[in-house]
Design a protein around this ligand. Structure first.
Ligand code: AKB
Length: 313
């Protein structure tokens, strides 16, 4: 029998593509999409959809029981740039939603949980290049503090209550189906939209700011693959480092110029620059490779070609 899955935050950047991928894999009726608001037509029309506030335990529980949900992907979160503007709202959303889902699993109402962490768990005192899985973590953003705290709780719930929770520290994610919202890495998506619309882009990060990034197809593949790995192969119950590509705004512009030679970029760093400066430039994901055979596929130029083709369609 197919696994019944609930995606919370299904209308966001990752949630949209994850929902569509899981529906294709497990059947539309077995993947329940939910979000605080309605989303894209493809998501709403292809399977069940529920309006759901991730901070409301009872509302999540009702949906879980109604549909006999076995696995929950909690994708709702306030990202780094927005959480700096609304610290308490960011903290409350990111932490309360996680506790709701962990407690449902602790009470055996769901069997398995996926929760996204982020490269934001690292801070200025972390080694910047090839950042190891286990290292100094002193995040300086509200979002990073919430993700690091969340990781500790995930590991605690696994050790103490046997909750099967799995997690990835996502780098910046690049996709054309849904816009990201409120992140520091969002420039790497906006740039493609503006390249096609205006032929130019003003980056809110400086030209040499290198950050870990990944094309969405790789991120979805990683997420599903981690969730399908046999329990005894997993050695990390906080969150797995996930590498991909690492590039600067200048390098991304050069990749776009190979396809759109007249494309121009300039730079006006804003409040997001110090956030980016506090994060690693590249990530070592040897543990994910070892435990669940992780390997990324997209390099920067393949990603650029796919992004531009997808946005032109
Ligand atoms: C953000 O920029 O806040 C996110 C992230 C790296 O988690 N994309």
């Amino acid at each position: 029998m197919a696994i019944k899955t609930l995606i919370i935050g299904a209308c966001g950047q990752i949630g949209t593509e994850l929902t569509l991928a899981l529906r294709e894999k497990h059947g539309n009726e077995n993947v329940i999409a939910s979000d605080i608001r309605e989303g894209s037509a493809s998501l709403m029309s292809s399977g069940p959809f529920e309006v759901l506030d991730a901070t409301n335990y009872k509302a999540i529980e009702d949906i879980v029981l109604h549909y006999d949900v076995e696995e929950v992907y909690l994708m709702a979160a306030m990202l780094s740039a927005t959480a700096e503007k609304f610290p308490m709202r960011g903290w409350e959303l990111n932490m309360n939603s996680l506790f709701n889902v962990l407690n449902l699993a602790k009470d055996k109402k769901v069997a398995k949980v996926f929760w996204p962490s982020s490269i934001a768990v690292f801070g200025p005192s972390t080694p910047k290049f090839d950042t190891p899985q286990t290292t100094v973590m002193e995040p300086t953003t509200v979002y990073g503090i919430s993700k690091q705290t969340g990781e500790r709780w995930c590991e605690y719930y696994f050790n103490k209550y046997g909750v099967d929770v799995r997690s990835i520290r996502y780098p910046g994610l690049i996709s054309y189906k849904t816009m990201p919202g409120g992140g520091t890495t969002d420039y790497a998506v906006e740039i493609y939209h503006e390249a096609l619309k205006e032929g130019k882009y003003t980056s809110f990060l400086s030209e040499d700011t290198a950050l870990p990034m990944m094309f969405m197809d790789d991120a979805i593949k990683a997420t599903i693959s981690l969730m399908e790995t046999e329990e005894d192969k997993l050695t990390i119950r906080s969150s797995y480092n996930l590498g991909g590509i690492s590039f600067t705004p200048k390098e991304l512009a050069a990749s776009i110029q190979k396809e759109i030679p007249d494309f121009k970029i300039d730079y006006a760093p804003d409040f997001r620059q110090p956030i980016a400066d506090s994060w690693p430039s590249s990530i070592d994901d040897a543990q994910a490779q070892k435990d669940w055979n992780w390997k990324h596929e997209y390099d920067i130029d393949k990603m650029t070609k796919t992004m531009l083709a997808g946005l032109r369609d």
